[in-house]
Design a protein around this ligand. Structure first.
Ligand code: UT7
Length: 333
């Protein structure tokens, strides 16, 4: 039917570091308790990368990508674009995507990172899908990968109990069909960047000095102020996706939201009148892995057989920037 190609997900993959840090473990690190963390966030444990294992951002992203490529049955040489959503690349440059490109030997791809906080994966997916729609790309690898443990302040109980490390990836191919990515919608509000950030913007010192003196590389968050805004933004951007495609809330088969807080997910689903049985959550086991959370959840839901061919799948995210986004898919693996 459609004459313009669209991106279709043909493979998913994910991975997380070996070490699991439970809420009880955290009780020995900061003044917190399992009951508070579960009640306020839904999180029970998270994966944290270790220095002595192969668990850098690049290692995790490469592993997730190989899993996605294996499922797709596509060799890395076929990729013409690699896009990584991340705020914790191993180096300022080259990009995480280029470092993964080297590991995969994906010599024909243009590779770059997208920085959009927890919305990084949906921003990356949108960029790759747009390239496919323009005819600039036929096969793309899109990742969300984070090691938030490297920038978290392990003395700040307001943030360190919430975050985790991991990576997820999808392979997209250009298809002229009704299945695949039906739409993506992205929004930002830079005026609220101070609600979640990792460096002191007012500081005039060179970055290296300022980091050492002020520990300004640490992630800082005003969780309570983000909470309500997250629910409203997620609800609005989900409605925008549904309206754009003339699809009713009741026609959504699966919702895969960014996993920041179980209460945010439940309130968003309630606003959208989407039953929680249709909403995939794994925040209990991973915590908030920022841009990795949607592709990890999508890979798990896919491998658990929860996403049937033809299903209408809604992805929604919200994060630092502020940024938020949605993608509506007709599932086709
Ligand atoms: O990833 C995308 C962006 N992030 C988000 O969208 C996150 C949005 N925000 C949230 O998920 C929630 O706001 C949090 C989980 C961060 C916090 O939940 P809350 O219900 O908003 O709690 P709060 O920040 O209002 O804190 C309530 C109380 C405070 O004590 P007082 O002032 O009432 O005495 C905190 O000091 O809980 C205290 N508290 C803790 N207590 C035990 C904060 N962190 C902890 C902790 N353990 N880890």
């Amino acid at each position: 039917m459609a004459s313009m190609p669209r991106g279709r997900i043909v493979g998913t993959g994910s991975t997380a570091p070996k070490k699991i840090l439970s809420n009880v473990d955290l009780e020995g690190i900061v003044d917190t308790n399992n009951e508070w963390i579960v009640r306020r966030s839904g999180i029970e444990e998270r994966h944290i990368s270790s220095k002595d294992l192969d668990e850098t951002t690049t290692d995790l992203a490469t592993r997730a990508s190989r899993n996605a490529l294996d499922m797709a049955g596509i060799s890395p040489g076929k990729l013409d674009m690699i896009v990584a959503g991340t705020v914790t690349p191993d180096r300022q440059f080259p990009s995480a995507a280029c470092m993964v490109q080297e590991n995969l030997n994906a010599t024909n791809a243009a590779a770059f990172d997208v920085s959009a906080g927890c919305s990084g994966f949906l921003y990356a997916l949108s960029v790759a899908n747009n390239a496919i729609q323009c005819g600039n790309c036929k096969t793309a690898l899109v990742m969300g990968v984070e090691r938030l443990s490297t920038i978290v302040n392990w003395e700040d109980r307001g943030t360190c109990v919430l975050l985790g490390d991991g990576a997820g990836a999808v392979v997209l191919t250009a298809e002229k069909s009704d299945s695949g990515i039906l739409s993506t919608h992205l929004k930002s509000d830079g005026s609220l960047g101070n609600l979640l950030y990792s460096s002191e913007g007012k500081l005039k010192l060179p970055q290296v000095l300022s980091c050492i003196e002020q520990k300004s590389f640490h992630l800082r968050m005003e969780g309570n102020r983000l909470f309500k805004r997250a629910i409203n933004c997620l609800t609005d951007i989900a409605k925008e996706a549904l309206n754009h495609n003339a699809i009713k809330e009741t026609d959504v088969d699966n919702m895969i939201p960014h996993q920041a807080n179980l209460r945010i997910i439940q309130a968003t689903a309630k606003n959208l009148k989407i039953s929680m049985d249709k909403v995939y959550t794994n925040i209990q086991r991973y915590g908030n892995t920022s841009s990795a959370s949607i592709p990890i959840a999508m890979d798990e839901a896919n491998r658990e057989g929860l996403l049937r061919v033809g299903a209408t799948v809604l992805l929604v995210s919200f994060g630092a920037g502020l940024t938020w986004g949605s993608a509506l898919l007709k599932w086709a693996i």
